[in-house]
Design a protein around this ligand. Structure first.
Ligand code: ATR
Length: 289
């Protein structure tokens, strides 16, 4: 990639941010399509977020991604919000057009597109069990509801947060087909019999000695397993693989949400195959993580 005086800027604001994989696949996409753009990781401390957002206009950025811990704080710093960002209260993508900053949330759509296109799973009228009730669970559940999911089982260590998520879906998306499952009851066979899709949005499994989240005996034939974790092969995914169940890890969602950001910035179709290839080459696959 040739950086010239005309090269336009994109990147990611985060803190920490040096672990980000986005520069790998976004720059591969720019290069593949011959776009005069570059994507850089920008470490922005929380106390500097406001000035960093203002600088987007000064430096005429095309846009940026926004990640932990800025996704909520940045909402009040942009000029306007897309519908999904408004509903979820988080922004992970900013577009700079005509001197105005617009905030988007592409996580939910990234999840759904990866599920449908890469996982070949259609959520319509199916039932899903979502583990966790934080920011990722909000994005995943919102997107599943928009895609016509029939029923949602919500299960979180802190029960009140699962209840709050169910309330949020009712209030914002008029979706009432939810059922909160006690975290301590998650191994009961009866819970699993009607589940078509399992999504882990918790951080359980990121570390080698993490507690067991789902028992192997509950992974029944036909179940689709989506674990949002991508730093290592989790026990959950290892079992899904062993049982030959359809499954995806968080790299799929990462690339697809990045693809949506790319499309917002460039107006071009994201070359997802190129982006995935760049990531696989860089990381050597999930199994070896
Ligand atoms: P994110 O934005 O990635 O969703 P988050 O908002 O911090 O991150 O949410 C993390 C999720 O992982 C929460 O649902 C959290 O459960 P609590 O609400 O009870 O904190 C869940 N989580 C983290 N560590 C966990 C553990 N050891 N056991 C069970 N759930 C855990």
């Amino acid at each position: 990639m040739e950086i010239k005086a005309t090269t336009r800027l994109t990147g990611v604001f985060g803190y920490p941010v040096r672990h980000s994989l986005s520069p790998i696949f976004q720059n591969a996409a720019f290069q593949y399509l011959g776009l005069d753009m570059v994507y850089v990781a920008l470490e922005v401390k929380p106390e500097d977020l406001e000035v960093a957002v203002k600088a987007l206009k000064v430096f005429d950025f095309v846009g940026v991604n926004v990640t932990i811990p800025h996704k909520k704080a940045v909402v009040s710093l942009v000029d306007e919000l897309d519908g999904e960002a408004q509903e979820s209260g988080v922004v992970n993508t900013i577009c700079c057009r005509g001197g105005r900053l617009k905030g988007y949330s592409t996580d939910g759509q990234g999840f759904i597109r990866s599920l449908k296109e890469e996982g070949r799973f259609s959520p319509e009228n199916k039932s899903a069990l979502v583990l966790g009730a934080g920011g990722s669970a909000h994005a995943v559940c919102g997107a599943l509801v928009r895609s016509g999911i029939g029923h949602l089982f919500l299960c979180n260590r802190t029960r009140e947060k699962a209840v709050a998520l169910a309330d949020h879906l009712k209030k914002n998306l008029s979706f009432t087909s939810t059922e909160v499952i006690e975290f301590s009851q998650r191994h009961r066979k009866a819970v699993w019999k009607d589940v078509d899709l399992l999504v882990n949005t918790t951080s359980v499994g990121m570390k080698e000695n993490d507690p067991l989240l789902v028992r192997e005996e509950n992974l029944h034939p036909g179940l689709f397993v989506y674990d949002l974790i991508y730093n290592r092969l989790t026990e959950l995914l290892r079992n899904a693989r062993k049982l030959k169940l359809p499954h995806l890890n968080g790299l799929a969602m990462l690339v697809y949400q990045g693809g949506i950001s790319f499309e917002l910035w460039t107006g071009r179709k994201a070359p997802l195959a190129i982006m995935k290839k760049a990531l696989a080459k860089y990381r050597g696959g999930l199994g070896k993580a």
